[in-house]
Design a protein around this ligand. Sequence first.
Ligand SMILES: Cc1cc2nc3c(=O)[nH]c(=O)nc-3n(C[C@H](O)[C@H](O)[C@H](O)COP(=O)(O)OP(=O)(O)OC[C@H]3O[C@@H](n4cnc5c(N)ncnc54)[C@H](O)[C@@H]3O)c2cc1C
Length: 464
Amino acid sequence: MAQYDYDLFVIGGGSGGVRAARVAAALGKRVALAEEFRFGGTCVIRGCVPKKLYVYASQFPEHFEDAAGYGWTVGEAKFDWKTLVANKEREISRLEAIYKRNVEGSGGETIHSRAVLVDSHTIRIVDENRTVTADQILIATGGRAAAHPALPGHEHCIYSNEVFDLPELPKAIMIEGGGYIAVEFANIFHGLGVETTLVYRGKEILSRFDMDLRRTLHETMEQKGIKILLHSVSEDVSKRAGGRLEVTLNTGQKLTVDQVLLAIGRTPNTENLGLEAAGVEMNKQGAIVVDSYSRTTVGNIWAVGDVTNRVQLTPVAIHEAMCFVETAFRDNPTEPDHDCIPTAVFSQPEIGTVGLSEDDAAKRFKHLEIYRTSFRPMRHTLSGRQEKMMMKLVVDGDTRLVLGAHVLGPDAGEMAQLLGITLKAGLTKDDFDRTMAVHPTAAEELVTMYKPTYLVKDGARVEN
Ligand SMILES: Cc1cc2nc3c(=O)[nH]c(=O)nc-3n(C[C@H](O)[C@H](O)[C@H](O)COP(=O)(O)OP(=O)(O)OC[C@H]3O[C@@H](n4cnc5c(N)ncnc54)[C@H](O)[C@@H]3O)c2cc1C
């Protein structure tokens, strides 16, 4: 091993790369980590963290409105975008420093440069114009927003990277896409007072989520004033006098907005990385092909996180990194477990979900029991807000196993974390029934739905 400069060289200082570098260095391995932009990666710098801060910012107008029913008189409220951007920057810079420090504190070396492969054991530190060697190499270069070069006027559009640092808050925005990033930003901008239109080519936003959640969220977003145009795609974006943008949709409809945000998918960062030179294979989407242990087609080169395009979430990248360290450095081969991943959409209202949707469960199980409730949460009683909360359990009618749990409403993401434990543990509906409610909460509904709302037999809904 000593013939190499390092035991492990990690390319990419995001969620997966930082965790792997830190844990391997703490084991006493000689580790270096190269990051070309900012330590912390997408999640910390231009993903989960700033996004959630902006979600909080965008919720205040509703809190101010709701306060009246509780006896408060709130004076004139004003929002300053530049203050939010500056405060966000301060927070992510703090986290960035912690991420870097954590690697160094564990004994790893951090390098601020782009790094590319020269061959299976050699890495070029591009900005320093030198090469180093490593026994094992981990590629954790993540992904980026998919560009749309075929769209005339695409150069006028922005992507999720730019959206956090816009010089001005737009008066009107069009967001194209139906995934969680598009939906979250539609809610953020609407909450901040921006006239918001969400344009999506599919038949309903948020494919892969339970249809009940998708429809109910769609309705609620429209009730709040967000325009949602389905079966629609933009065909042209033109700049008009005064700098505004005119978007022409496939339906012939024209929208005049200040910004167009394209959130139409993510592309793995694999270009010009020297993968071909090292013999690392990619699939048609440009993602690195790995086996169930995250090993690439080259024995000593591994890949974790978004660059492998398995499940694009921060906790998954971190988990894959931990499994990689177990496998490569602790003589304990460990496959990442991608089953039953709880997740949230920080829309308004929020989605928290784990396990199978009703439609997916119906394809795999003959008898389903569906427990569903929709109610006005207590916090909305005095406020007068009409928004409903929805909860749904999808249960295998034969074994009573809870296959899916879906929540739409305040704190749904927090609930999904705990529901994730129950589904991972393979608990049954009887376990839910035996659990004492916490009163008064919204979550207590999850353990007090005793009778199925309806059944699904051989894929068809049967009233109970
Ligand atoms: C707007 C947005 C919101 C999101 N919200 C959530 C959320 O709420 N919850 C959640 O779980 N996930 C969320 N995600 C997804 C999450 O950010 C990613 O799944 C996660 O960051 C993936 O981690 P990673 O380590 O694979 O890659 P990344 O975090 O992307 O890190 C890769 C790093 O590699 C660097 N790099 C690339 N090439 C090179 C090179 N050649 N040399 C050196 N460095 C290089 C990049 O600069 C980057 O810092 C969100 C993503 C976006 C875009």
